[in-house]
Design a protein around this ligand. Sequence first.
Ligand code: FEO
Length: 392
Amino acid sequence: MAAKKLFDGIFWVGAEDWDRRLFDSLIPLPDGTSYNAYVVQGRDLTVLIDAVDPTKKDVLERHLDQFPRIDLVIANHLEQDHSGLIPYVLGRYPQSKLLATPAAKDLILTHLQVAEDRIKTVADGERLDLGGRTIRFIHFPWVHWPETMLSYLEEDKILFSCDLFGSHLASSDLMVKEEERIYEPAQRYFAEIMMPFRKIIQKNLPVVEKLDLKFIAPSHGPIYARPAFILEAYKKWIADRPENSVLIAWVSMHGSTAKMVEHLTEELASRGIKVRPFNLAVADLGHLAMSLVEAATIIVASPTILTGLHPLAAEAVFLVNALRPKAQFASFIGSYGWKSRALDQLKAMLDSVRIELLNPVQIKGDPRPEDLALISKLAEEIYQKHQAAGLF
Ligand code: FEO
């Protein structure tokens, strides 16, 4: 398969990964993913923007066959799904240089073992004249590593954004054709990759909004022909205000904690609060992460096993702490047999999030009416908190 021409002198040379089902050996990819790389030709210079995952080397090799000359390779991001084949590309084009941010240099030396004299660092705002085409480099750290940058092709008004605005979706369409189809994969991507850096994106997004944009070309998923679509979605996802919803991450062994979850779900719903319960024994963690993007309250529901949290609940708490969602409130409910340290464990694990802990409900054995009354009280407390926060 040949490279795909996007416009005169601009080509997609990436790879679709239809069958990949896990990223980082952790993140479910129900729709596969893509690794987008682009060749941009000016009168004087030809550049390759990013590369593809090393598992797709044969695809990149074939795509590059029609480009006898690459003068410069731009590494917007050093994670291996974009950079792993850069040593191969530099070997294939021995006269070429690698352009990246100063923060990327150490990663290039250690992760890719590229010779130092092949690397040229670029400053924030620096322009590269290709001859009739100009690329402006925009440093944008933490999307998703500290060294990341965006490359803006000024005359064509295309932003090559690498991970930022990406979606895990393999598709035969290079451009987004149905925006409603891309929303969920893009939100899943944001939840799993970008959410921990929400505040940094908040700070830097105005730089992107000021650009004159016709296209946003990320390195995962299709290209946005209407940049406002993904910019508006990001503005909603990174905003501090959550929605009036409660996420319940729950697991039950003998049904007691499940009864508590069922009662809480009904009590919250009857108060006009959107509830999203996730049975951790069967839940897709990607769906859970997506719900974390907007939830105002997180409830962890776990039985006690060997005096502590159920391992599936501990995994969910670990994820919440790592992804640092915008939720304002949290609580814990669960049943135990004779003794429990589960609540203390949960508190200790949530050390990266600033979140108000509401009254937990821990009960011994199967819930009795007075135990369910405590759950109703928790639902009312959540309702009052959401009202006070202006979420209705
Ligand atoms: Fe697609 Fe952070 O790599």
